[in-house]
Write a protein that binds this ligand. Structure first.
Ligand SMILES: C[S@@+](CC[C@H](N)C(=O)[O-])C[C@H]1O[C@@H](n2cnc3c(N)ncnc32)[C@H](O)[C@@H]1O
Ligand SMILES: [Zn+2]
Length: 312
């Protein structure tokens, strides 16, 4: 593969893998950055990060999201960068369990060292877990400040992954570039989660996997009262998945039913966040939570959903 002329020391070193996110034509390396061979847009490589987002075509909601995420990660506090290490014991366990379940669903039938692209990667929690599980990982996020967090995290733990700035709805990769594409808790931050999912399907050869907040049935009412979900720091009206949206996603992936798993997380508050740090209480909360999750799952209820779909 042709590397970038790496005077830029870019965080993404394989130019051949990239296409213009606007028209999907090939790119050439030029002094200003990466130029599209068709529509003549140039994507800069600033502070070593390829900026594969042309801010002129971003909608207002996405601009606001980008600014809010950059603000959230400003100063790169350890608490934000090393998710979920600073969460309560209860929340940490739940977050890890969900990711472990997801990882256990991946990689079926892929024999070589599989590649995975993690979109909406934030500071890289699932990037790190996938690396540890032996995947060849690359990553992208809309927020450059989140990517700086990934850089801090990976430097602290002595690994390196290629990454760049991209909007999950316009990924700068050709179709079928990776074995698997993943996004965890990212699509609901976009104005169009289905569009984001469709992009993940486009760039994946085998599987797409997402975890997202979910709302359905009686949970709709709780969600309206702000009791079913953790409030988002970057969006007032996140686009949480519903049964109908999840169904549309699976049909985009060309499957009637992928693997769907529902989770129940305690709403934010003293119990989950403070008391949930005491070992015995955290264990009790975890066990009763799993019981309730199992029961609600039977009637199709939960406040988080994991979708794993095989793509052709
Ligand atoms: C709640 S964080 C989740 C981060 C990470 N996946 C995790 O679970 O730790 C949501 C992430 O989605 C990113 N994001 C929001 N809108 C996006 C978009 N349109 N394209 C790509 N990333 C986006 C944000 O910058 C943020 O890093
Ligand atoms: Zn172009």
């Amino acid at each position: 593969m042709k590397p970038m002329t790496n005077e830029k020391k870019a965080t993404w070193d394989c130019l051949e893998m990239l296409v213009c996110p606007s028209c999907r034509a090939r790119l050439t390396d030029c002094t200003q950055g990466l130029r599209c061979t068709t529509c003549d847009l140039t994507y800069t490589v600033t502070e070593s990060i390829p900026r594969m987002v042309d801010e002129s075509w971003l909608d207002e909601a996405t601009r606001q999201e980008m600014a809010a995420q950059d603000g959230h990660f400003a100063g790169l506090p350890d608490k934000a960068v090393f998710k979920p290490d600073y969460h309560s014991r209860y929340r940490r366990c739940r977050t890890r369990q969900r990711l472990e379940h997801l990882l256990a669903q991946l990689d079926r039938g892929i024999t070589h060292r599989p590649s995975v692209h993690v979109a909406c990667c934030g500071t890289g929690y699932e990037v790190e877990a996938l690396l540890q599980a032996g995947w060849q990982v690359s990553a992208s996020d809309l927020s450059v400040q989140a990517l700086r967090g990934l850089s801090k995290r990976s430097a602290a733990r002595s690994y390196r992954v290629p990454y760049l700035q991209a909007d999950v709805r316009y990924l700068p990769f050709a179709a079928d570039s990776f074995d698997v594409a993943v996004a965890v808790e990212g699509l609901h931050h976009t104005p169009d989660p289905l569009g984001g999912f469709t992009e993940l399907v486009r760039v994946a050869r085998h599987q797409v996997a997402v975890i997202e907040p979910y709302t359905t049935g009686a949970l709709n009412l709780l969600a309206r009262l702000g009791l079913a979900h953790r409030p988002e720091y970057s969006r007032r009206q996140p686009r949480r998945l519903t049964a109908s949206l999840a169904g549309q996603m699976l049909s985009v992936a060309g499957v009637d039913a992928g693997i769907t798993r529902l989770y129940l997380d305690l709403p934010p508050g003293l119990l989950a966040d403070t008391a949930g740090d005491w070992p015995i209480l955290a264990a009790l909360l975890g066990a009763s939570n799993r019981g309730a999750e199992w029961l609600l799952g039977i009637v199709g209820m939960g406040n988080k959903i994991a979708l794993v779909a095989d793509v052709n």
